[in-house]
Design a protein around this ligand. Structure first.
Ligand code: PXL
Length: 275
């Protein structure tokens, strides 16, 4: 079988297990070639560490694109995550126009009702526009609210709240809209995916573990992209990604030293078995 090729565009957080240090091993383990464009280099991620370095690599993005176009490189999917600035969003939109590939956008910028350090409401509005150019978007509830001017509800919401968010996200223009971190029952956590063309809603819930870690969204998005590239259906892909992410959290709780991210490495074997 021909090997699929993905390019993942997001930062390198040198320590902390998120973005490219998660996407690269997970997608590769799933048998998919993984090229990368690092958007920035940080000494750590921004969630819980202080004093981190941040080197912006924006200027490299058009240069890498130009070189790759000259080589005639082709990609089956472009998967974007954490981007450092509005300027980078504009560059990635241009990259989308230059490469004919499945565009998967995880609009990483916020969680639990709050923007991550360094992001602004203006960035959220601009990201909403970029989501309109995607085939599949993977916001969590906070990101979905920020991009659609909806009030964030932490818990106790009902189906009509999530359906409302999905309809507003669909209006942005993406072909498939997938909201992560949805929980209607305390013991369950899952995702709701809406196909704007077939109007079909697909949902999957896994066991909710009472712990929160940085980088779990990246584990979800990476394993989702890997599953899709392995020819899995949307239902199979959200199931694989949700189960893998839940297992990553399960394998980490109890280790207080490991507060900064999940031990996804211990779950790659099981992930491959799910394919
Ligand atoms: O996991 C998302 C993410 C990616 N990259 C950086 C981050 C975060 C979340 O905080 O800080 C640099």
């Amino acid at each position: 079988m021909e090997q699929k090729r993905v390019v993942s565009i997001q930062d390198i957080s040198c320590f902390g297990k998120c973005s490219l240090t998660v996407a690269l091993p997970i997608i590769s383990a799933m048998g998919v070639e993984t090229a990368i464009i690092p958007t920035a280099v940080l000494s750590t991620h921004t969630g819980g560490f202080t004093g981190f370095t941040f080197t912006d690599l924006s200027d490299d993005i058009p240069a890498i694109e130009k070189h790759w176009l000259s080589l005639g490189l082709k990609f089956d999917a472009v998967y974007t995550g954490y981007l450092g600035s509005i300027k980078q969003i504009e560059m990635i939109e241009n990259f989308f126009d230059c490469f004919d590939a499945l565009k998967v956008v995880d609009p990483v910028m916020a969680d639990h009702g709050k923007l991550y350090t360094g992001f602004t409401v203006e960035y959220a509005k601009r990201m909403a526009k970029m989501c309109g150019k995607a085939d599949i978007i993977l916001p969590n509830i906070t990101e979905a609210c920020l991009m659609t001017d909806t009030e964030y509800v932490d818990s106790g919401y009902d189906k009509s709240y999530i359906d409302g968010l999905i309809q507003k996200l669909a209006k942005l223009g993406a072909k498939k809209v997938c909201i992560t971190g949805v929980s209607y029952k305390p013991e369950e956590l899952g995702v709701v995916l809406f196909d704007t063309i077939t109007k079909k809603t697909t949902e999957y819930y896994s066991k909710r573990i009472d712990a929160q870690y940085h980088g779990t969204g990246d584990c979800f998005a990476s394993s989702f992209v890997g599953a899709v590239m392995n020819g899995k259906t949307m239902y199979e892909s959200i199931k694989i990604a949700a189960e893998f992410t839940a297992e990553c959290i399960d394998k980490t709780v109890g280790d207080k030293q490991h507060w900064y991210g999940v031990k996804f490495e211990n779950c790659l074997g099981d992930l491959i078995k799910m394919l």
